[in-house]
Design a protein around this ligand. Sequence first.
Ligand SMILES: NC(=O)C1=CN([C@@H]2O[C@H](COP(=O)(O)OP(=O)(O)OC[C@H]3O[C@@H](n4cnc5c(N)ncnc54)[C@H](O)[C@@H]3O)[C@@H](O)[C@H]2O)C=CC1
Ligand SMILES: CC(=O)C(=O)O
Length: 371
Amino acid sequence: MNIGIPKEIKNNENRVAITPAGVTAFIQAGHQVFIEQGAGEGSGFTNEEYVQAGASVVSTAEDAWNQEMVMKVKEPLPEEYDYFREGLILFTYLHLAAEPELTKALMERKVIGIAYETVQLSNGSLPLLTPMSEVAGRMASQIGAQFLEKLRGGKGILLGGIPGVRRGRVTVIGGGVVGTNAAKIAMGLGADVTIVDLNARRLRELDDIFGASINTMMSNPLTIAELLEESDLVIGAVLIPGAKAPKLVTEDMVKQMKKGSVIVDVAIDQGGIFATTDRITTHDDPTYVKHDVLHYAVANMPGAVPRTSTIGLTNVTVPYALQLANKGYVQACLQNESLCKGINTLDGSVTFQAVAEAHDLPYRDVQSFLQ
Ligand SMILES: NC(=O)C1=CN([C@@H]2O[C@H](COP(=O)(O)OP(=O)(O)OC[C@H]3O[C@@H](n4cnc5c(N)ncnc54)[C@H](O)[C@@H]3O)[C@@H](O)[C@H]2O)C=CC1
Ligand SMILES: CC(=O)C(=O)O
């Protein structure tokens, strides 16, 4: 199969969908890789390294998009929709529940849209989301700590405090991969950390992992409102796989937060969990202030640490992409139920229920196409 790798065009998105090591794996399996020139630069991989690994470096995005399967990192932007065509296999993050226009474009052009974030193992985990959630979770606390500094617009709190001065308070809403990693770093900085989750079993696991170093609370509106009033930094880390994020924090709750507090809504890629994170920000201009609270809502946080993120991402995506290339998407998905769950659009239909519900579109079971 011919695989195309376009350069990412989202603001400050420096990741790339393949490393030279990944290219070698495809070449050894008898495939060809066409990578847009400069696509790896932001992650520290040169055109020469890709050529040495066996890839062909192509000069335009169109040449990369013109292949049978396109691997990307971020969801395509409107200027990329013109490359869509019937039968194209697109393997990337899609976040369609928060992307009505992209959903429509994939349906209209009958693209086989396979979303990294909905590939799901039988234990419910999301293997192609996990490494980026690890990155974004760790970054969320670092970023929150920075924006709490007075010069960055925050209330002037050092998260770890000092002897004789109270530590900063961090509330993490959602105790999955992002939440756990955010808590680890916040705890390491010396903050007073509370994780809120709806799943009692997950709260027990977190208690086993962190012991008395953190607090765990069951998620409900009253608890969230009480915690927010006292929090310096609040991190949004909830996910219902494939679905639009639930708005768990109301505008009134944000109004009760103290001036200069910071919100980092990592779940913004699925629409965000704060009523006040009604827009996505970029690495160039990452924050805005609403009700005197700083909001950070960047949907491609790992793009800021591209070397770590590209290697972490491709470690997990390439084995699945190889299955698609070796067997074709029909056989690969019939033989691998986890991969099958990644198919969000096929032959003009939405084949992921939560995406269909988010946009009030008809849903078709993917199996009805494959068998
Ligand atoms: N902005 C960015 O650059 C990035 C964003 N993300 C996003 O971060 C979000 C979280 O991802 P993960 O941690 O990997 O998901 P996860 O599935 O590991 O964790 C989600 C957690 O939310 C909990 N949850 C569900 N409903 C809840 C509720 N009502 N109250 C409290 N907790 C609730 C679940 O029990 C689960 O523990 C996703 O939207 C993901 O796409 C991930 C990486 C990068
Ligand atoms: C998960 C995601 O959207 C990202 O890593 O950018």
